[in-house]
Structures are given as C-alpha cells and as structure tokens.
Design a protein around this ligand. Sequence first.
Ligand code: GDD
Ligand code: MG
Length: 348
Amino acid sequence: MIPVILSGGSGSRLWPLSRKQRPKQFLPVVGDETLFQSTLLRLQGIAGLESPLVVCNEDHRFMVAEQLREFDLDNQGIVLEPVGRNTAPAIALAALQAREQQSDAVLLVLPADHVIEDKAAFHEAIELAEVEAKAGKLVTFGIVPTQPETGYGYIQAEGQGTTASAVKRFVEKPDYETAESYVSSGDYLWNSGIFMFRVDSFLQALGEYQPLVLAACERAMVQTHSDGDFIRLDTKSFEQCPDISIDYAVMEKTQHAVVVPLNAGWNDVGAWSAVWSVGQQDGNGNVLRGDTMLHESSNNLVYSERRLVSLVGVDDLIVVDTKDAILVAHKDNVQDVKKIVDRLKDEG
Ligand code: GDD
Ligand code: MG
C-alpha cells in the first residue's frame, strides 16, 4: 500500500497564520509537528506500507523536502504541480506514477491537513478498507456528522455499523437545507476526504467519468523528468487539465464505492474554531499559544507570534497576531475569514 499525501491546498480560512507561501498543512497548527508531518507520522506501525508519494505545488517543494528530512521520513517521489487543478488530477498524477511500478498497487490517499486523535482506531479502519480496495472498490472513510456542515461530502450507506458497506449515494457539498435534512435523518456520514483504492480501479473510473482529466494527466506525465526526489510535469499539458475534485469527478458517480466508518477523533481543522476545539484548553476553555495574558476571558483562541497579546473580559474570540497582520474574529464567524483573504487577493 502506498500513501499519497495531498498537500496542494491553500488553507485560506486559517489566515493570517496560513499564507500562500506557507499554507496551513506546513504549519504546526496543533502541537509541535506540522499537519503534513503528523499525517506521515501517524502512519507509522501500519503493516505493509511503502514510502509515500507526495503531491504538492511546485512553490512548496523545498518546504516539503525539509519537513520530510526533519523526521527522517522516506518518500518515493514528490510530484510537483505547476498549477493547482484540484484533487482529481492530483490523485491521477500519483496513480500514474505508481502504475509505473505496479498497476494494481493500493493507494491510501490522505489530505495533509487533518487531525486524527485516535491512531489505533485509524489503523483499524485502514485494515478494513484494504480488503475492499484490493477487491476493486473505491473506499471512503465516513465520519458521524455533528452539524449541517456545507463544506463536506455526505455519504448514504447501504448498511450501518462498524464494517464496510456499499455506498448508496454520495453528495458533495450540499446546500444548508439539504445538509440539515441529511444530518437529522441519521442516515448519512460525512466524507472524511481520505480514500483507498487500487491504481487500476481509480484510473478506470476516472477514464469513464472524466476522460479529459485522465488524458491531460497522462500527457503531463509523459514528459516528466525527475530531479532528485522531485517529479516534474509538462506544464502546458497539466494547465489544460479541468479543475475538479475527486468527489465531483468520481465519488458522486461511481457504483463501486464502499464506506468504512472512521471513529477516530477526526477533524479537518478547516477554520479557526476547529483549531480551538482540537487544541489544549486551559481551565477557562482558552487555547493559548505564544506570549498571552488573559483576565476574566473564556473560550478564546489566542495565537501570538512575537509580542504579548492580552484579553480582558471577552469570550469566544479568535485573536491571531502575526508579523504583518492581526485577526480578531468571533468564533461563530470564522468561515468568513476567507472573505478577507479574497478581498486581499482582489485588492492586490
Ligand atoms: N496536490 C494537491 N493539488 N492537493 C490539493 C489540491 C491540488 O490542486 N487541492 C486540494 N488539495 C489537498 C488539500 O491540501 C487537502 O489536503 C485535500 O487535498 C482536500 O482538499 P480541500 O480543498 O481541503 O477539500 P475540501 O475540504 O473542500 O473537501 C474535501 O474534504 C472534505 C473533508 O475535509 C472533500 O473530499 C469533502 O467531500 C470532504 O468532506
Ligand atoms: Mg479541506
């Protein structure tokens, strides 16, 4: 089994810590290791695992290499995307690279920016999934939903319980009302964004549902040249690839999906409120990092990179102080941090 680490996202809702040049997966958002490093470290102990393939943006190559080196983490290649084209192409590149060695290798596709608290439960889920993947299924890992989150995929399974079951329906990012009805029905799971399948099963499905994606990735890979661990693509071919996630491209369409329940303290640390909830809280529910001093304040998250940040008589705030920008947000509005990032982009 080959882990494929997807680390090309931008993490804009964790601004101002997460930046274009150093997005959240390359930061120690929770704990001492970066999210990218934790993703690899939590695989240790899984039987039969080969060294990972990393797929990231060209701009981040030295950071990736450096972060691997820091923990002596092996890799079997770092595929460099000249531009981001979303997860379907990123996974296709990894699958095409792996096919060079073994066309029925099993891939374990992992986002580089998640927190999973219970490593043993995670490993058990992987064991269950491997049987299904080897049999040609496209395996997803399902999380019991807690609120009508619209940024996730929803999975309706044939059966319920602790084993793998066939997927009846996969709906990516439904609107709020639909998400609400799914959650209250008790019949749906969230898609964790972790997948497992054989290289040939995935490429066959991609060819069936998104032939343009497959063709562009194949063309981009024909011209690859390796330079050390780095695998470079043909830029022009890859630029022509449609921008689409695996969820829309394949998971919503395939008849061969299976879901394995993942009950392991999963969190995709998408926004600051999630960083607060997975962080180490003090007696007043505050999560603090750096030089901070609080008085009669509770349930806040305070991150300070360089100077003393102090809060008096306020609750439920996110305060992030970096070298060149400060964020103060209410914990209920953290999804909108992205709006500031969009405006910064527009206004240059
Ligand atoms: N290499 C590479 N290239 N990686 C990418 C790219 C890309 O172009 N785009 C995204 N990624 C990485 C991100 O860094 C992240 O680790 C992962 O792929 C998923 O991408 P997101 O952009 O974060 O997806 P999402 O959060 O909107 O939705 C996915 O994850 C949810 C759970 O967190 C979907 O799979 C949903 O169905 C799922 O519920
Ligand atoms: Mg995400």
